[in-house]
Ligand binder design. Structure first.
Ligand code: HEM
Length: 115
């Protein structure tokens, strides 16, 4: 009898953990995308090397998460400029990003451009 309450509590919290573990992996993206974990790995070494001389620092979290704006973008101009060319399909020149990759980048921006 007295064991019912504790075991009920135990089940509820077990289920919460299971839902987080399972659905987090299989049906949802991680809740807080980060540049280092989720975005930077999508840039190839050639992308990074090609763009470095033009001042586009694709492998630099400080540059990519710089909150500063420019005349075209109210904030985070570096990241937004990068997104604009990805979305247009002009970069990378040889192989435009898939919609799935664009969605990951968009999600990262919408969630605060975390490093
Ligand atoms: C994910 C990959 C890439 C991203 C996000 C990217 C991003 C960009 C951005 C933001 C610009 C505009 C620069 C500006 O506003 O001043 C640009 C221009 C340029 N990029 Fe990339 N780039 C990528 C890959 C590459 C690669 C692999 C090459 C070389 C093979 C390349 C060559 C160029 C060139 C020549 C320009 C200037 C001329 C133009 O706009 O077409 N990029 N890129």
């Amino acid at each position: 009898m007295t064991a019912l309450a504790p075991s009920g509590v135990g089940l509820a919290s077990d289920r919460q953990w299971a839902e987080k573990g399972d659905s987090g992996q299989m049906t949802h993206r991680p809740p807080s995308p980060s540049f280092a974990r989720d975005i930077m790995p999508m840039f190839r070494p050639d992308d990074i090397a090609c763009m470095r001389p033009m001042g586009v620092r694709l492998n630099n979290p400080d540059w990519m998460t710089d909150p500063g704006g420019d005349p075209e973008h109210p904030d985070h101009a570096n990241a937004r400029r990068v997104f604009a060319v990805l979305k247009k399909g002009s970069m990378p020149p040889d192989q435009p990003w898939s919609n799935a990759w664009l969605a990951i980048y968009d999600d990262w921006m919408a969630n605060g451009f975390a490093p």
